[in-house]
Design a protein around this ligand. Structure first.
Ligand SMILES: Cc1ncc(COP(=O)(O)O)c(C=O)c1O
Length: 380
């Protein structure tokens, strides 16, 4: 059993992927080729925004977005404490200050209440100038954009949706990667919609920001690549990766999202009395980047992890360490007491294999092993 089975996925999509790769190689159209523009067009249409700007990875996508807003020294960007390192790294990389915010215990997404508390704290302590909020669609579920947008408007902050894990999710019919003033995603192979290397994309309705993003991602280009009007990055999605994504896209939207949903529902219905299963809010649809359960304490989580691993079930801990405890950041800025939910989550969560190519027998086996362990640990 694989945590995410990219080989099975390739078998399922083989002829379309092979044809796409062959076309790129035969046309020698490796950088900024036709497939890149076709992909951007299809993704913008799917998400329902005016512009999709592809780039080299999801981390660059965040950094480029912050650059387009002129984010830099003394600016504060609010970031959930429970996320992958990139969400905060991008802020520090442009010279701004990441201020971490606790998450909700049910969805693991940024807490509106903690966000407002941290904004007021930054203002009263003069930590810097509040500039933007990064909301992450953690594990595939969009953040609470209704409340987060209200707060962004109240304090005149930009809203950046980090949809690296969320592409394919939605709230009612509004798709993930359309909730931010700018939104980003990652095509890292293990993501819900992944390529065969690194890749990323940025989405926005703003013509002005789209033009800036297209400049920043190609060495700050002006009229041409050799006319450079700002310091930028080299962050292009290569044509081979775009061709792979184009080949996988119809299957992703027609089959894979529903298949992952079915698996998640099966897990939830069978496990809900044993462990805490992920809460999906009403009218929300998760892309199921992860199916993450929670148990009572660290000892139980570590025991369950070992039990499942010993039974041949691949599991992962996303995430072991809160952002505010990462040594790369200025840890003096943060106080452990501000992050009770993240601290607890890091000690008690466990992500199970969850991908569209798992079969019923495999899912049942995971369920049985979890039940076995949990019953045993209750009997102790
Ligand atoms: C929430 C989040 N943001 C950003 C990224 C960065 O994406 P990439 O690996 O494509 O740079 C990831 C990737 O794991 C992620 O999970």
């Amino acid at each position: 059993m694989q945590f995410r089975d990219l080989r099975k996925q390739y078998e399922h999509n083989k002829s379309a992927i092979d044809d796409g790769i062959k076309n790129v190689i035969e046309s020698a159209d490796f950088i900024s080729g036709q497939a890149v523009y076709e992909l951007e067009k299809q993704l913008a249409e799917y998400v329902g925004v005016k512009h999709c700007i592809s780039c080299a990875n999801g981390t660059d996508a965040l950094q480029l977005s912050l650059l387009a807003w002129g984010t830099g020294k003394n600016d504060v960007v609010f970031v959930p404490d429970f996320t992958f390192f990139s969400s905060g790294e991008a802020v520090s990389a442009v010279g701004a200050i990441p201020v971490f915010v606790d998450v909700n215990m049910d969805t693991y997404n940024i807490s509106a209440k903690s966000l407002e508390k941290m904004i007021l704290k930054v203002i009263s302590q003069g930590t810097g100038t509040p500039k933007a909020i990064i909301a992450v669609d953690l594990f595939g579920q969009p953040a609470d954009y209704i409340k987060i947008r209200e707060i962004a408007d109240k304090y005149s902050l930009f809203l950046l949706e980090d949809g690296a894990q969320g592409f394919g999710g939605k709230i009612l019919s509004k798709k993930a990667c359309s909730f931010g003033d700018i939104s980003t995603t990652s095509f890292f192979p293990a993501k819900p919609f992944g390529c065969y290397g690194d890749g990323g994309a940025i989405f926005t309705d703003s013509d002005e920001w789209a033009a800036l993003l297209r400049s920043y991602k190609v060495h700050g280009k002006g009229e041409s690549k050799y006319d450079n009007v700002r310091i930028g990055m080299n962050s292009r999605l290569d044509t081979l990766q775009a061709s792979i994504l184009l080949a996988k896209f119809p299957v992703f939207i027609k089959e894979e999202l529903d298949a992952a949903q079915e698996i998640a529902l099966f897990y939830s219905s069978r496990l809900k009395d044993m462990v805490i299963v992920p809460a999906v809010l009403q009218d929300y649809f998760s892309a199921w980047a992860q199916f993450t359960i929670r148990v009572g304490n660290r000892q139980q989580r570590d025991g369950l992890k070992k039990y499942l691993s010993d039974s041949g079930i691949p599991v992962m801990i996303y995430y072991q360490k809160p952002m505010h405890r990462q040594r790369a950041f200025d840890m003096d800025l943060y106080h452990d007491d501000d992050y009770p939910n993240t601290n607890t989550s890091c000690e008690t969560v466990l992500s199970l294999p969850c991908h569209p190519y798992l079969n019923r027998w495999e899912i049942q086996f995971v369920v049985d092993k979890i039940c076995e362990f949990m019953k045993g640990s209750q009997d102790v």
